[in-house]
Ligand binder design. Structure first.
Ligand SMILES: C[S@@+](CC[C@H](N)C(=O)[O-])C[C@H]1O[C@@H](n2cnc3c(N)ncnc32)[C@H](O)[C@@H]1O
Length: 238
């Protein structure tokens, strides 16, 4: 097994280098901001091409689907379950400027009870998504007036929303239990022509995502397709 030494970004100040290759998709926009503003690394020396292939496909899918939803006048709200620091949520809010937008997250990382059936490598992520807050997320939203934050453990935080309908939902909670709970809650409430996007289906680490989607899809005879970002699948409703 390969082992990489992890060093803080500040060591870049003492190094001579041609380029910094950003290799983490998660929050790569914030990584670039930190490199530029805190470490004063010029933008031509920062290379994000390793991560943009994935994010560009995902963003284009969202943008194109928002156009389709508008042309077809699809009813229903939009939602993201698994918001973290709101990077994808910002784009959902931007592309659906007149839709009510529900944001579900603990804003305190994963719940221990959701980790029980996960593999040890995933269990070690228990506290990784703690550096966020509702205020931080809302400050990024171009149409914050449309946002309804449901802070806490999903699916408990969906209580009271049983009569809502959705045209676009992003499920990005990484684990079997909340992904399955998300599909069970949102799919029956998806309007005809609506989409549920599930991240990490093709990530070999988060096997629970693939298992939850496959379990839900075969039980309910629902089909889904890859969206071309090497990570996500989309379920739709006829
Ligand atoms: C991969 S991050 C989401 C990344 C985000 N969509 C983005 O684009 O940057 C996963 C998030 O799911 C949240 N999460 C996982 N299980 C949850 C549950 N049962 N209830 C609420 N939030 C949950 C975590 O707190 C974490 O913030």
């Amino acid at each position: 097994m390969l082992a990489y030494e992890i060093k803080p970004p500040q060591i870049l100040l003492d190094l001579h280098f041609d380029k910094v290759l950003v290799s983490t998709y998660m929050c790569h926009r914030e990584v670039v901001q930190q490199l530029e503003s805190e470490l004063k690394i010029p933008s031509h020396k920062i290379d994000i091409s390793l991560v943009t292939a994935r994010s560009t496909a995902r963003h284009t899918f969202l943008e194109n689907f928002a156009k389709v939803a508008k042309e077809r006048n699809l009813a229903g709200d939009v939602a993201e379950c698994g918001v973290y620091r709101g990077e994808f949520a910002r784009l959902i809010n931007m592309h659906f400027p007149s839709k009510k937008f529900y944001l579900f997250d603990t804003f305190e990382s994963f719940a221990a009870k959701d980790m029980e059936r996960e593999i040890p490598e995933v269990q070690s992520f228990l506290h990784v998504f703690t550096n966020t807050s509702v205020e931080l997320v809302l400050s990024k939203m171009p149409h914050a007036q449309n946002c309804i934050v449901r802070k806490g453990w999903f699916p408990q935080t969906a209580k009271g929303l049983e009569d809502e309908r959705f045209c676009f939902v992003s499920l990005d909670t990484d684990l079997y239990d909340p992904i399955l709970a998300g599909l069970e809650f949102f799919y029956p409430r998806l309007v005809s022509g609506g989409v549920i996007l599930v991240d990490d289906y093709f990530d070999p680490l988060f096997q629970g995502v693939l298992q939850a989607v496959n379990t839900f899809a075969s039980k309910n005879h629902v089909s889904f397709v890859p969206i071309g970002d090497s990570a996500s699948i989309a379920l739709t409703k006829g």
